[in-house]
Design a protein around this ligand. Structure first.
Ligand SMILES: [Cu+2]
Length: 557
């Protein structure tokens, strides 16, 4: 009869067998790699698959490399004795977050998010903060184990800093990791007043990273026809990485084989599951600093909650232009707003009513009970559709009663001065098509000419884009779901052209929106070509500038 003892004995016997077979397998490692720090201490000694690796590939001393904050850059400092002195000024200004989408933000030194401050453990730091906002402010240093007088809580730990006033914060940096600063006035934070504060470790981290990036996750609610983020609203329609929405986000450029660290910082209202393609990472740090190596956890998606930082590391051994993005569907879209999609197709109609058989409550009207039967109508008969006096027949819909509005594209009506997309000026699709039909008779504004030139609106491109929307698209519930996602989407390759985008597949920009960017894992030759172009562009305040000196072997110790 099986009793507890015999059960334990057999269990041990099975266990011993397992260990025996594992021991037999272990002496033959697949790769001759240096052992990990964990293995040094008796931890897991197996091979990790692909990019999932704790392997330390450097046997000698390693150096700390600067963090690159794409599209944002760093805050410079001066030395006063051994004190690093930073000057941070809160300001109101405009920032372009996507092609033809410029909004009013509150930020620091002309940047929202504010420029990244980078210091090293042990540093003495002074930040001279000046308030050029129209209201009181102060800066909170998130996660700092600082003195209460420098915690930056207005009315609690210090007097609110009034417009035109300055305040000096002093720290001795004891911690290491990914920290941040932000206004402690909640609505100021939502208008863009946040920035990164990197505390490099006194003793460099191991394994050594070849690239180190910081990405702020941000969101704005901007109503159609407005340029001012509604800081009270929960319906965010612009989702940003480092203050840019795809395709305006600047890719992370890495050389194949690099060990890469990405530090995500979230100072918004939503939590963001950040996902990488083609690689597996370890989560190696939080807003509290470095995680002990034994507690790192693997993944390809990391949830970055509000007020949190998450550092991830991976070996970029898989060449390609890999997506790095928030995986919330709404956070992979631009310019979302109720009924904006339909409005781009029919001007002059109140949103929803009579449109494509939709009674504005989402119910489909039976054919004939709405304004769908327009095959014989001319555009000029419709309010708001004058098109500079041109007449244009609606394309024939034959068996489909709905307006075949795919042919209209994201039209002028939506981007007219009083249209729902007024401040986007994305009317190239319509004017391009109109010009083709009118034989160049259109009077175009400078902006329209520029748009027409910037977008790829050749006949071939237009035809290809129109084929992507089915003839009955307007009878399909939920179509179009937002103004940018409806076909044809705009090819903005040329509007967002920059060295970091060299060699991307043509038309890539049509498929990248919101919190999306690339990790471009480039084979050495292509890497050198792209980085050379970046360096030769010689851009003012280029966030990548530390990369160029690093490639000449001048990384700081
Ligand atoms: Cu998100």
């Amino acid at each position: 009869m099986a009793n507890r003892r015999s059960f334990l004995q057999s269990a041990l016997g099975v266990g011993a067998g397992l260990f025996a077979s594992r021991a037999a397998a272990e002496p033959e490692p697949r790769f001759n790699r240096p052992i990990t720090q964990v293995a040094d201490r008796g931890g897991y000694l197996g091979d990790s698959s692909g990019s999932l690796s704790k392997i330390d590939t450097r046997s000698g001393p390693v150096r700390t490399i600067p963090v690159v904050t794409t599209d944002v850059g760093d805050l410079p400092y001066e030395l006063d004795g051994d004190v690093k002195v930073f000057r941070l000024t809160a300001q109101v200004f405009k920032r372009q977050i996507a092609p033809d989408k410029t909004i009013d933000v509150w930020g620091f030194n002309g940047s929202a998010p504010g420029p990244t401050i980078q210091v090293t453990q042990g540093d003495r730091v002074r930040v001279i903060f000046r308030n050029e906002l129209p209201e009181p402010s102060s800066i909170h240093w998130h996660g700092f184990e600082d003195q209460i007088g420098f915690d930056g809580m207005p009315g609690i730990s210090q007097q609110p800093i009034l417009p035109g006033q300055s305040f000096t914060y002093e720290f001795t940096i004891r911690q290491e990791g990914t920290f941040f600063y932000h206004s402690h006035m909640a609505m100021q934070e939502m208008a863009g007043m946040l920035g990164g504060f990197i505390m490099h470790p006194n003793v460099p981290y191991r394994p050594h990273c070849d690239k180190d990036f910081l990405i702020h996750l941000q969101e704005y609610a901007i109503l159609p026809n407005s340029t001012v983020p509604n800081t009270m609203m929960m319906e965010f329609n612009w989702l940003l990485l480092n203050g840019k929405a795809g395709p305006a986000t600047t890719p992370l450029i890495v050389r194949q084989g690099d060990r890469v660290r990405v530090r995500f910082v979230n100072l918004g209202m939503d939590h963001h599951p950040m996902h990488i393609h083609g690689h597996t990472f370890y989560v190696t740090g939080t807003e509290g600093g470095r995680i002990p190596e034994t507690a790192w956890w693997p993944g390809n998606t990391v949830l970055v909650g509000v007020a949190q930082a998450r550092d991830v590391e991976f070996i970029a051994d898989n060449p390609g232009d890999w997506m790095l993005h928030c995986h919330l569907p709404h956070h992979m879209m631009n310019q979302m707003a109720s009924q904006v999609g339909p409005m781009t197709r029919m001007a002059g109609f109140p949103a929803g009513v009579g449109l494509r058989g939709d009674d504005s409550n989402g119910r489909l009207n039976p054919p004939g009970k709405n304004d769908d039967s327009m095959q014989s109508m001319k555009m000029s008969d419709m309010p708001g559709m004058d098109m500079n006096g041109m007449q244009m027949e609606a394309p024939k819909a034959s068996t489909y009663p709905a307006i075949p509005s795919a042919a209209l594209g994201a039209g002028r009506q939506a981007t007219a001065s009083d249209g729902p997309l007024a401040n986007t000026q994305l009317d190239a699709g319509m004017i391009g098509m109109m010009r083709e039909r009118s034989g160049d008779q259109l009077r175009l504004s400078d902006l329209q000419k520029r748009n027409l030139d910037a977008f790829d609106m050749g006949e071939e491109s237009m035809a290809a884009q129109m084929r992507e929307t089915s003839p009955n698209a307007n009878n399909v519930p939920n179509f179009p779901q937002d103004a940018y996602m409806e076909g044809p989407m705009m090819n903005m390759d040329r509007l967002v052209a920059k060295p970091e985008n060299l060699g991307l597949r043509a038309n890539w920009s049509r498929f990248m929106q919101g919190m999306m960017t690339f990790v471009r894992v480039l084979p050495p030759e292509q890497y050198d070509r792209v980085v050379t172009a970046m360096r030769e562009a010689n851009r003012d305040g280029d966030p990548y500038s530390s990369l160029y000196s690093a490639s000449r072997g001048n990384t700081r110790g």
